[in-house]
Design a protein around this ligand. Structure first.
Ligand SMILES: [Zn+2]
Length: 319
């Protein structure tokens, strides 16, 4: 058995998996604050809960992979300075290993999610895969020649911060016109708030969508279902920018497959993916893009825990 853990800013999830990535037990919780030790203790508690649910003890677990929403030092098993977690420069791997007696490895959550799709989901059977996950921001990851490519800082694949519009909107990273500033759910929501305020979207106006935070993927999908042309235009434009980013990936990495996941894709499906794909095909070099497959992620939230567990297991075996 191995355990995958997804440490997010708002929730955490521990899952016990067998050798075929089937879930044997799980435990979920809302992520609390309180600083390094308090959050770490909560993580250990949730992991114990998942083992209890699977009716196993730590002795039956060969590896624990923790996927973290934020920057880490994977080699040292350290959480660095994640914006959404109440932890700073903390050796989480060492702590959990001490508490549970299981070898622990940390991974960036986007990489873990992509790896999950690679071993058990939409990217199974391919060797050259780009992962793109539009949501609040846009995360990305690279599997090159069957290997998860991390780069010198472990930060490779920041697709969301490629410039796609030099004079575009300001991004959270400080740059202007980054892909995530124009194609993420946040970017779409920002445009839709204006649309609603101008009375150009009956569905959004009726939903009282005057606040970015109220515009979730589900509401965008409902507006599209209702034939709201203003909303359709905004989504199509955002997807077009995503396609420009995808074309850059195709030209740079010559992938077989681009897997696109996250809440926006789960809710909007082809209405976001198809315009992105057709822009990608128009912009990328014809010879490189001809056989590229664009596919929606298959595993949802489970990809992250499956990927984290599998990467941890491989790390244990290779040391
Ligand atoms: Zn940026």
């Amino acid at each position: 058995m191995r355990i995958g853990f997804d440490l997010g800013g708002t929730k955490m999830l521990a899952v016990v998996l067998d050798g075929r990535n089937h879930i044997q037990g799980k435990k979920k919780a809302r992520t609390l604050g309180g600083g390094n030790e308090a959050v770490a203790a909560q993580i250990a508690e949730v992991i114990r809960g998942a083992m209890q649910d699977a009716d196993i003890t730590a002795g039956a677990v060969t590896a624990l992979g923790v996927a973290v929403a934020g920057p880490i030092n994977a080699e040292k098993g350290m959480i660095l300075e994640p914006p959404n977690l109440d932890m700073r420069n903390f050796s989480l791997a060492e702590y959990l290993q001490g508490e549970l007696g299981i070898p622990v490895f940390l991974e960036n959550d986007v990489n873990a999610g992509l790896w999950g799709e690679y071993v058990a989901g939409a990217a199974r059977g391919y060797r050259h895969v780009i992962g793109i996950f539009p949501g609040t921001g846009i995360g990305g990851g690279l599997i090159l020649d069957g290997v998860l490519y991390r780069g010198k800082l472990g930060a490779a694949g920041e697709i969301g911060h490629i410039t796609v519009q030099p004079d575009g909107r300001r991004c959270g990273c400080g740059n202007f016109g980054c892909l995530e500033a124009v194609a993420s759910r946040t970017a779409i929501a920002r445009d839709l708030v204006l649309l609603a305020a101008n009375g150009q979207s009956p569905v959004l106006a009726e939903a009282g969508a005057t606040d970015i935070r109220l515009i979730k993927s589900g509401l965008i999908a409902r507006a599209l279902d209702a034939g709201d042309s203003g909303v359709a235009e905004v989504v199509e434009q955002a997807a077009g920018f995503l396609g420009i980013g995808m074309a850059a990936m195709v030209n740079t990495f010559d992938p077989e497959l681009i897997v696109v996941g996250g809440g926006l894709v789960e809710k909007l499906g082809d209405r976001y993916l198809k315009p992105a794909e057709s822009m990608m095909r128009r912009r990328a070099m014809r010879r490189l893009v001809a056989d590229v497959i664009v596919s929606a992620a298959a595993l949802g939230d489970e990809a992250t825990v499956i990927g984290a567990a599998d990467l941890a297991e491989r790390a244990v075996k290779s040391r």
